[in-house]
Write a protein that binds this ligand. Structure first.
Ligand SMILES: Cc1cc2nc3c(=O)[nH]c(=O)nc-3n(C[C@H](O)[C@H](O)[C@H](O)COP(=O)(O)OP(=O)(O)OC[C@H]3O[C@@H](n4cnc5c(N)ncnc54)[C@H](O)[C@@H]3O)c2cc1C
Length: 298
């Protein structure tokens, strides 16, 4: 069994856009935890501005030949296969990008660096050098890879929000127990009104995040194919407010909150990257604003 939080993201383009053969080859193995997947979109010069990606996929007979670099790839170096986004047409911007599945042992694909973060997360920089794959490894429609990537992120941004929500809930639980037990000024920390105010803010932030995350997941399951607005709101609110909740938890734990090994100390490090990956918070803000403006204009 290969447990990984990134299983859905890496295999998402195949679930959503793959053909029957690709689904059969990869998805049961991923679901059983026998294969690890990874989603290779970001590049050193194309993170938030994903449409600037320059990795190329040039058709050569029955093959595509991939050249370029991908970085910050979760599961990089431990994945069994990568869904890779590369420019297959001589265009710029969002047009002309395609998605391919590349198996980890494919000649021409190498892991050039394992990236260490402030909190444990398998992350790597990949290089594609004349990496030749059969054209049957094209996932979805040629030239429509940007849309495939965005549709995949629409699904998984909700889960990033859910992860942040879980971290915030744990921080609130730990803090509630702590303030009820910590004795000071002849009572407990929980007796102090300023502390109660903090607890109230934390609980409110947690519940608001939960409602946004559940709405996005429910809308995707029951109402709409795309949940761009709902997922962006869920991710933005849940990750930003979890950061505030966890910071308050550290504060209310006093010295023990910044002591290595304390759960709120590790949550403090764990939460940080969720505000950056799958679209930084500012990117979510621009997505939400665009959705609101488009709704009014249409
Ligand atoms: C832990 C982790 C896991 C990751 N996993 C993956 C993965 O599996 N696959 C993958 O392809 N990528 C992955 N990434 C990459 C991630 O998606 C990018 O880091 C992210 O999109 C930001 O890109 P960047 O790092 O190049 O920052 P930049 O694009 O340089 O942006 C830097 C900062 O500028 C600000 N900014 C950006 N755009 C705007 C804007 N429009 N308006 C205002 N401010 C803005 C934001 O604060 C942003 O954080 C991962 C990153 C991390 C940290």
């Amino acid at each position: 069994m290969k447990p990984s939080p990134e299983q859905g993201l890496g295999s998402g383009p195949i679930s959503l856009f793959g053909n029957a053969e690709q689904k059969e080859r990869f998805l049961p193995q991923v679901a059983a935890g026998k294969m690890l997947s990874a989603f290779a979109l970001s590049e050193p010069e194309a993170g938030s501005d994903v449409a600037a990606l320059s990795t190329s996929a040039t058709q050569d007979g029955d093959n595509f030949v991939i050249n370029g670099e991908k970085t910050w790839i979760s599961n990089g170096g431990i994945a069994d296969f990568y869904t890779v986004f590369a420019r297959s047409e001589p265009t710029s911007g969002a047009k002309g990008i395609s998605c391919f599945v590349v198996e980890a042992d494919n000649p021409g694909l190498s892991v050039v660096e394992r990236i260490d973060l402030i909190a444990p997360h398998p992350l790597a920089h990949l290089r594609f050098e004349d990496c030749r794959i059969p054209k049957s490894n094209l996932v979805g429609t040629r030239g429509k890879g940007f849309g495939h990537a965005m549709a995949t992120l629409d699904v998984f941004r909700t889960t990033v929000g859910a992860a942040a929500l879980g971290m915030a809930r744990r921080a609130l639980d730990e803090t509630t127990t702590h303030v009820l037990n910590r004795k000071l000024f002849g009572g407990t920390l929980s007796d102090l009104q300023l502390v109660q105010g903090k607890l109230s803010d934390m609980a409110l932030a947690v519940d608001a995040s939960a409602l946004l995350v559940y709405r996005s997941a429910w809308t995707k399951d029951c109402v709409a194919q795309r949940v761009t607005r709902e997922a962006a709101m869920a991710k933005l609110h849940a990750t930003e407010s979890a950061q505030l909740v966890i910071d308050a938890a550290v504060q209310l734990h006093g010295g023990s909150g910044v002591t290595k090994g304390n759960i709120v100390e590790s949550l403090y490090r764990d939460i940080r990257s969720l505000r950056i990956y799958e679209g930084a918070s500012e990117v979510q803000q621009t997505i939400i604003a665009r959705q609101v403006l488009n709704q009014t204009l249409s």
